[in-house]
Design a protein around this ligand. Structure first.
Ligand code: FAD
Length: 537
């Protein structure tokens, strides 16, 4: 028997997901006061100490109360392993559990989008939206924003080893880049972070909470959108479940999907929008054939080298016993130290081949090391250590997100196909060698006792690649499953409208046609800023 649908009234815009993009959209679409806006969020409140403390990401990525807790399908090129795949399910979405590193990518990334047919997305087009979103003290006003809601801070007390890493990178020919977020990221830098005086500054903090004071914005938490309702070719609402009840929200203007790269593709497929060969076997009636939905999944896959440190302290020793108690005290009195740490402290944006026009590798350095090199485990090693690893910035390997059930609560199949493309394996090998070279270069080399991970037994190219396959992991940047463009695999057009339908847009990480050269949050915020303009044009 069909379940009874409770009528939930009508709004102008309904947004699925209060994540990075959803919070920006909620703010911008409700700002004029002219539109009634509803945001449905599957997760709940973000009042959690491990969200607020930046280093708390080591806990939140494993917390099922805050996280969809996905896992990838076994990867043929990573030894058949499944990779743990956290995505935020909480106000702020993944911006509440992420590594809070602010990286826009390169001007070249967006110019590539424009060349691929995404008109209006070249660097000069997107720069004003990056600037409008952010507030950053210092930096060149030509490229950096001054009074936006998203606060971008410098690291509060960079570790001396981070500076030695930069010195080593300079010895190897990289310049110290005064602002890697200017569009030109080549060189070495200390990461900028999304923080407010040492506290995480998520999209919920920056964009959603201030807007919730407005009477025309309604937030429904613990509300899982299950289906987009179509009337012919027009989206007219959403079906969602909250507190065991199935509800129907009608929409006067548009439905905007901002559920992220996994869930927006899943929701379109659940709504009968996608590849018929994927939908029909599950008994889903095809409402609109769109072959690209769920395809073109891309992600950053990183591998690392770690060493034992001598002659100087690392963060490891500060993370246990009395030293940790001191760090906690230091955080609450000065908002400095271990608890403000991100997964990466310093970076080197590097070209793995001299003939490349722009960097293709992001090397991340941390004055810390994890047991068996596993970044994101809750505790650091006890002995002093440091880690340098990296990823190819614009990977060629791509995979898919495909529903395997009509039950919206069941996770889709997530297959990123890490290292499937030979170029990705070639760049991986080059970056692991470069990591070793950095550790072998003074003044950083003066503090290297010996390599612990993969260790001296890994000598040949095959050994190193095997290490990458056996121990590498996601850096949590899925994109591309509802890609923007005009080719047959495009899902949205450059206005982010779902191709062939009316009243339905996607505005989140899934619309990126190719990977940006860096961590994806800054680009998602820019995408949502642009989407908000397009929706109100
Ligand atoms: C552990 C981790 C570390 C990261 N580190 C960094 C970093 O240091 N720097 C950086 O730039 N990027 C980082 N990222 C990536 C960055 O956070 C994401 O790119 C960004 O948050 C994606 O934004 P989004 O709006 O597409 O999706 P999300 O931010 O994931 O938001 C999607 C929201 O939609 C909700 N939702 C989904 N489906 C439904 C549904 N059917 N009904 C209702 N609600 C739904 C989700 O619960 C979620 O709140 C990291 C991500 C993770 C997970």
């Amino acid at each position: 028997m069909a379940e009874h649908l409770l009528d939930d009234g009508e709004v102008d815009y309904a947004i699925v997901g209060a994540g990075a993009a959803g919070c920006v959209l909620a703010n911008r679409l409700s700002a004029s006061g002219r539109h009634r806006v509803a945001v449905l969020e599957a997760g709940g409140s973000d009042r959690n100490i491990f969200i607020k403390i930046p280093a708390g990401f080591t806990r939140t990525v494993h917390d099922p109360a805050l996280n969809w807790g996905y896992e990838t399908a076994p990867g043929a090129h990573i030894g058949g392993r499944r990779i743990v795949y956290p995505r935020g399910r909480v106000l702020g979405g993944s911006s509440s559990i992420n590594g809070h590193l602010y990286v826009r990518g390169q001007a070249h990334d967006y110019d590539t989008w424009a060349q691929l047919g995404c008109r209006g997305w070249a660097w000069t087009d997107v720069l004003p939206h990056f600037k409008r979103a952010e507030s950053r003290a210092g930096g060149d006003p030509a490229t950096r924003g001054r009074d936006g809601p998203l606060l971008v801070e410098d690291q509060r007390d960079p570790h001396p080893l981070s500076h030695l890493f930069q010195d080593a990178a300079e010895q190897l020919g990289l310049r110290r880049n005064p602002d890697y977020n200017s569009g030109d990221q080549e060189g070495t830098c200390i990461y900028q972070q999304m923080m407010k005086r040492g506290r995480r500054w998520s999209a919920a903090d920056a964009f959603l909470r201030p807007a919730l004071k407005r009477g025309n914005l309604r937030l429904v938490m613990h509300a899982l959108a299950e289906r987009v309702l179509l009337d012919g070719r027009r989206a007219v609402g959403l079906v969602y479940r909250v507190g065991g009840q199935l509800r129907h929200l009608r929409v006067r203007r548009e439905v905007v999907l901002a559920g992220g790269s996994i869930n927006s593709a899943q929701l379109l497929q659940l709504s009968g929008i996608g590849d018929p060969d994927w939908l029909r076997p599950l008994g889903i009636a095809v409402a609109h054939e769109l072959m690209g939905v769920g395809r073109n999944l891309r992600d950053h896959y990183a591998a690392r080298v770690a060493v034992r440190v001598k002659g100087i302290g690392s963060l490891n020793e500060k993370s246990h016993g009395l030293a940790l108690a001191w760090e906690v005290l230091r955080y609450f009195t000065q908002r400095k130290g271990l608890l403000t740490a991100a997964p990466g402290h310093a970076a080197a944006f590097w070209r793995s081949r001299p003939d490349l026009a722009v960097p293709d590798v992001q090397m991340l350095f941390a004055p810390a090391s994890y047991p068996a090199g596993r970044v994101g485990t809750a505790s650091l090693e006890r002995e002093p250590g440091m880690t340098c690893g990296g990823y190819q910035e614009r990977p060629e390997s791509h995979g898919h997100v495909k529903i395997v059930s009509t039950d919206p609560r069941q996770a889709p199949e997530i297959q990123p196909n890490y290292l499937a493309d030979p170029l990705d394996r070639q760049v991986m090998l080059a970056l692991l060698k470069f990591a070793r070279q950095l550790f072998a270069t003074p003044p950083l080399a003066n503090h290297v006792a010996h390599e612990t991970f993969p260790g001296p037994a890994a000598v040949s190219d095959d050994d190193l690649l095997e290490h990458a396959k056996a121990t590498g992991s996601t850096t949590f940047h899925p994109i591309g499953t509802c890609k923007m463009g005009s080719d047959p695999r495009a899902v949205v057009d450059p206005q982010l409208k779902v191709i062939g339908l009316e009243g339905l847009r996607v505005a989140d990480a899934s619309v990126m046609p190719t990977m940006v050269s860096g961590n994806t949050y800054a680009a998602v915020v820019m995408i949502a800023e642009k989407a908000a303009d397009a929706l109100q044009a």
